[in-house]
Design a protein. Structure first.
Length: 135
């Protein structure tokens, strides 16, 4: 049902991130995608949020509950406070970024794996069809 509502453009532009890190390909669902799926599924609510200062980085924890199945999970994330290793350029929104990633990670744990796999497979097929490379 969810896949029928998704346009190719939405999947390509807003729902999947794709980059290389340390020579490995990283592909996953964006926070926008995860939150939209959570809304479609329904019955999921945030029950706790924490942001911690950890020196040169910010750490966040978000706990969510699937009230339908009475199941609670947490998501965690960290974000550097700096854009560069030399610590000359502070990242003004590090707390917000860490929170959003933790939120995505928590909600993602409640999304059925087959939905995530279907969206990523569709993304990969569209990328192959259009000849798009990692950005």
């Amino acid at each position: 049902e969810i896949m029928k509502q998704l346009t190719d453009e939405t999947i390509m532009k807003y729902y999947v991130y794709d980059f290389e890190q340390d020579g490995k390909k990283v592909v996953g669902l964006t926070a926008d995608c995860v939150m939209d799926i959570a809304h479609w599924i329904g019955g999921i609510e945030t029950v706790d949020e924490h942001i911690f200062d950890a020196g040169d980085k910010v750490m966040a924890k978000v706990t969510v509950k699937d009230v339908t199945r009475d199941f609670t999970v947490s998501g965690f994330a960290e974000e550097s406070k700096w854009f560069d290793v030399a610590k000359k350029r502070p990242k003004r929104f590090a707390e917000r970024i860490a929170f959003r990633k933790a939120q995505r990670n928590a909600f993602r744990r409640l999304i059925p794996k087959f939905i995530e796999e279907a969206i990523i497979q569709k993304y990969e097929a569209l990328k192959k069809k259009e000849g798009v490379k990692n950005e």
